[in-house]
Design a protein around this ligand. Structure first.
Ligand code: GLV
Ligand code: MN
Ligand code: MN
Ligand code: MN
Length: 398
């Protein structure tokens, strides 16, 4: 099953995956998922933006088909960052299907439906908004704002949905959430925080994406004296250095991973640089003061360079502390698995903030490399993840 989907959207040269929301590769991965659900005779429900939950409900006549009661849902996402790894997302979906297979083989009959979820555009790699599908489903991002988001080609989400055969009018808070009694997301750990094969999440660090727009004056690279320039690239570069220093001082993270430069010519001082900051910290106050410090230094530097800078938050997610009772229940089922926080964002965080009892399982990532073609997890650890997930589902759905 793993191998069937692991070719989809894979770049032959880098070995990385690019599955932006509603692109052909992501649609192919979704078609693969629907096919897997059909093979297993799961009942698939979709919401307006395209989040999917496939239900295993052996007592279908009691609970209704699709199930009307609240179920235990597990799953993750099939989209990826640009040139990402094989595991971030698909591991949670494949493991969910494999765990259902295992429970069936074991002859287990759940007393509530078990759902396998695949949530759209979790990475925000196409439309810039992380956890786009779950945020819209939970009503924390309005349909109006979501549909107006654009990709790098200027295509709006509304147009992308239409092109995929989905009516944008259906986008909004999702009835699927009413069916989610509990949510458990299994995910590759993405750091070097886990030395055992499987762990349980305690919290998700607060994180945000902020758009910095630096503006200056385009000019000739050969004739303009260094003293006469108003170079927004220089302001950006000094801001990137400041961000790195401030994040180190705060024990936090600051990354400028995406830039847009105008006119983007080798022999011209740029007129404009847009840089996206991804900032994360262990608590909300530290994240706030980190952003304030970076912004202050950007403004000071812009004054020196005769440029300007404007900072716009695009998405900010406060800390998520997963419910301790549920977390400890998972730890108990898994004989004392380690508990750890994560600096990565997940749909599980959105669902938890929306009040759905939520937990996460992590599978060891020995290299600590993620959001890269080099992302890696051992097969034995992935199998241990499936075992653990099956045990947790059994406990929650007995
Ligand atoms: C998503 O994986 C993120 O944390 O950026
Ligand atoms: Mn990711
Ligand atoms: Mn992920
Ligand atoms: Mn993520």
């Amino acid at each position: 099953m793993w191998a069937d989907q692991s070719a989809i959207g894979r770049d032959a040269e880098t070995g990385g995956y690019t599955r932006g929301g509603w692109t052909p590769s992501e649609r192919e991965a979704t078609a693969w998922f629907l096919d897997q659900c059909a093979t297993r005779d799961l009942t698939v429900e979709s919401d307006g933006i395209g989040n999917l939950i496939a239900w295993w409900d052996p007592r279908g006549t009691d609970l209704g088909h699709p199930p009307s009661g609240r179920g235990v849902v597990t799953g993750s996402h099939l989209d990826s960052v640009i040139d990402g790894g094989a595991f971030d997302g698909p591991l949670g979906v494949v493991s969910a299907l494999a765990a259902v297979d295992q429970l069936r083989r074991d002859g287990f009959t759940p007393s509530v439906p078990i759902g396998v979820g695949a949530f759209v555009e979790e990475e925000g790699s196409r439309f810039g908004m992380p956890c786009l599908g779950s945020r819209v489903a939970a009503g924390v991002l309005t349909a109006e704002k979501a549909l107006a988001l654009t990709d790098r080609q200027g295509v709006s989400l509304a147009r992308a949905l239409e092109a995929a055969g989905t009516d944008p009018a259906g986008v909004g808070p999702s009835p699927l959430l009413e069916r989610m009694g509990t949510f458990v997301e299994l995910h590759v750990e993405q750091g070097r925080g886990l030395t055992a094969p499987v762990g349980v999440a305690s919290s998700i660090w607060p994180h945000g994406r902020y758009r910095f727009t630096f503006e200056g004056e385009a000019n000739h690279a050969g004739t303009t004296l260094m003293e006469d320039r108003h170079d927004p690239m220089l302001t950006y570069a000094m801001t990137a250095l400041a961000a790195n220093k401030q994040a180190r001082l705060a024990g936090a993270r600051a990354t400028f991973g995406r830039l847009s430069i105008e006119p983007n010519g080798t022999n011209a001082v740029p007129s404009k640089v847009i840089a996206w900051l991804d900032a994360r910290a262990a608590d909300d106050a530290t994240l706030e003061s980190l952003l304030a410090a970076i912004t202050r230094q950007a403004v000071e530097r812009a004054e020196r360079d005769g440029t300007t800078v404007a900072v716009v938050p695009e998405s900010v997610s406060p800390i998520v502390d997963f419910p301790v009772g549920l977390r400890d229940r998972l730890v108990g089922v898994l004989d004392g698995a380690p508990v750890l926080p994560t600096g990565a964002g997940h749909d599980a965080g959105v669902f938890s903030a929306a009040g759905i009892p939520t937990a996460m399982l992590f599978v060891r990532n020995p290299t600590g490399i993620s959001h890269s073609p080099a992302e890696y997890a051992e097969e034995d650890d992935c199998l241990a993840g499936v075992e653990a997930l099956a045990a947790v589902l059994k406990d929650l759905a007995q």
